[in-house]
Design a protein around this ligand. Structure first.
Ligand code: ISL
Length: 607
């Protein structure tokens, strides 16, 4: 690709498609802008001339570099989906700090998790993902690790962990850990030694730049301000894409890769079943760490991101980890990959490429044109279109993850409609889609209780490093009230309050037990259906607030009919020969507000 390439040809290439789709998503613009022949036939060079003012210099250099670095195309989709335990499983994410506090110190812990294993088993959960429990100064609640082989005393001891793992396995469940290896804490021995001793072998483990007067490049941190920290005494700078205490590891350094792989094998040797891999697509940075393009930086909200979110050696590193650590233990991997488009996700998950098993893509978490730190109503019509796009195009050799919540996001129910009268129906509607669409569901703790956002009163109620940084940054241009309103909309603390079953929870809400029972039933239903786990997907109705689809395999047919809004809608009446399995209302021909209906074909007899 070069400046003579036409927009439509770029859009038809896998990586070009993802780049253009991302730009459209950020701008909240439709794909029609590109598929319009007038625009599609323009060359990159022409667009550059037309939009010089807006795009600035070197925008297309940055885009072309990304485009031309990837020479592979995603492998073709096979006819059928291969079998794997993690395709059949229902995962449940535990954020240990806020799950169960067994010793009443205000912080959830490992013994607390052990006490809820029967509950989780009964809910229908097959595998647990534990957010970090390693030794950490807790600047970012454990995503800043100071010892990969230690357990933070807030959570318990290694004996507690071993017991947890064995109790999980006893119940026929699996356990995956969080692997945070884009960065370590600045209190990790590697960093402490590296900073003090320039000649240490650890110096090359991080990105240091000595003697510079200013930050070595224009990259910004995800948690506000420059991505570089200055160490006055040592007269050096070090890179941190996240907080000032989360120092980026230099993956170009062979010893880093070696030590990380060793550590992964150590945990797998203990018997853990796999890892969720934190911001794993950020581990390969463009050599020399060049400045980010200002237009891209402004558009994305983070300067420099195009230099590392799909870096030049990413595939190579992922394959190395897979071959050296994961494969020998038949371990499972799900990468957290913010920013990757669908084609890029295919290139890291397609089975034959032997990189990751699955990824978390995040583009469904905000309606296009909106950001997390914004008070707006999320549009489920967008979610429908997103899931259809993935279901129809991701391929049988790639597996989608299905989730609405995690520890980094406000609760989805509140984002869609904060009116309490819809809380229960929305929770059930979301569950209906999550457990019947193609892909593997990841429940976040509290989803099954229909938890919503917490009405925090002031910035003092918040704990998260990101929220505090954001608030400080906003105060430069806004009043404290305005700044707090924005932070409140997006704060990760909504997902991090102690669950309501903790008697000492300071921010309390009421769990909805009817929703918990519904989770059990629909998870059971999913488990018994090969059509849902491995089957085909076909859209029957797709119009405003309407989403009707069918899942089928070897004669088994499941129809799902959803109302994505608050106005009553006509139910799908073509389900002749089907029997209802779940329904939200009693009127046969109508779907109530956020109503759903799941049907099963009558003449199907299970083999
Ligand atoms: O990239 C982002 C914005 O586009 C962020 O969403 C960011 O990538 C994401 O929050 C990464 O999250 C993970 O890594 C962080 C940690 O704070 C989060 O809790 C974790 O899930 C740093 O380790």
């Amino acid at each position: 690709m070069n400046r003579a390439s036409k927009i439509k040809d770029v859009y038809n290439s896998p990586i070009g498609h993802d780049i253009i789709a991302r730009i459209l998503l950020q701008l909240g613009k439709s794909e029609k802008l590109i598929t319009n022949p007038l625009v599609g036939n323009l060359t990159l060079g022409m667009v550059e001339k037309l939009l010089k003012k807006q795009l600035g210099e070197e925008f297309f250099d940055a885009v072309l570099k990304l485009l031309n670095t990837e020479t592979d195309v995603p492998p073709k989709s096979p006819e059928t989906v291969s079998k794997a335990w993690w395709k059949e499983a229902v995962f449940y994410q535990i954020y240990p700090r806020s799950f169960v506090d067994s010793d009443n110190d205000g912080i959830g812990d490992l013994r607390g998790i052990i006490s809820k294993l029967d509950y989780l088993k009964d809910l229908g959960v097959d595998a647990l993902w534990l957010s970090p429990i390693y030794a950490s100064p807790m600047d970012d609640n454990g995503y800043d690790i100071s010892d990969y082989r230690g357990i933070n005393s807030d959570f318990g001891t290694m004996e507690d962990f071993d017991e947890l793992l064995s109790e999980v396995h006893k119940r026929g469940m699996r356990l995956i850990m969080d692997l945070v290896v884009n960065h370590t804490s600045d209190e990790h021995e590697w960093f402490k030694t590296a900073l003090k001793d320039k000649s240490s072998k650890y110096r090359d483990y991080y990105f240091f730049r000595d003697g510079a007067k200013e930050a070595p490049n224009n990259w910004t941190s995800f948690f506000s301000g420059s991505a570089w920290n200055h160490y006055e005494e040592e007269d050096t700078w070090a890179l941190h894409l996240f907080s000032k205490k989360q120092m980026d590891l230099n993956w170009e350094c062979e010893n880093v890769r070696h030590d990380v792989i060793d550590m992964i094998k150590w945990w797998l040797g203990k018997g853990v079943d796999g890892f969720r891999m934190d911001v794993i697509n950020y581990i390969s940075k463009e050599a020399g760490l060049p400045d980010g393009n200002p237009f891209i930086g402004t558009l994305m909200g983070y300067m420099g991101i195009e230099k590392y979110y799909y870096g030049p050696r990413l595939h190579e590193y992922l394959r190395e980890i897979r071959k050296e650590a994961f494969d020998p233990y038949e371990a499972f991997s799900v990468g957290e990959t913010p920013g990757l488009g669908m084609e890029m996700c295919k290139l890291v998950t397609a089975e034959e490429r032997k990189e990751l098993n699955m990824v978390f893509s995040f583009d469904h978490l905000e309606t296009p044109g909106h950001v997390r730190f914004e008070d707006y109503s999320y549009d489920l019509n967008y979610y429908r279109d997103y899931e259809i796009e993935w279901a129809e195009n991701y391929g049988n050799n790639c597996r989608t993850s299905l989730f609405y919540n995690n520890h980094d996001n406000p609760r989805m129910i509140s984002k869609i409609n904060p009116d309490g009268k819809y809380r229960r129906s929305l929770a059930k509607l979301l569950a209906t889609m999550q457990f019947t669409l193609p892909g593997t569901p990841f429940v976040f703790q509290g989803d099954e209780m229909a938890l919503v956002n917490y009405p925090f009163k002031s910035i003092d109620d918040l704990n998260d490093v990101e929220s505090k940084g954001k608030y400080g940054e906003l105060l430069e241009t806004k009043t404290p009230e305005e700044a707090f309103k924005i932070v409140l909309a997006g704060t990760r603390d909504h997902a991090r309050v102690l669950l309501p079953w903790n008697e000492n929870a300071p921010f309390k809400q009421t769990p909805d037990e009817e929703v918990t029972s519904f989770y059990k039933e629909i998870i059971d239903f999913r488990r018994a259906s090969r059509a849902i786990i491995y089957g085909d997907f076909k859209v029957h109705r797709r119009s405003k607030d309407i989403f009707t689809y069918e899942r089928s395999l070897n004669g088994e047919h499941i129809l799902v009919d959803c109302n994505l809004g608050t106005t009553q809608r006509k139910a799908y009446l073509k389900a002749i020969g089907y029997e209802p399995v779940f329904e939200s209302g009693t009127e046969a021909d109508r779907l109530s507000a956020y109503g759903y209906r799941v049907w099963r074909k009558l003449d199907y007899e299970k083999p």
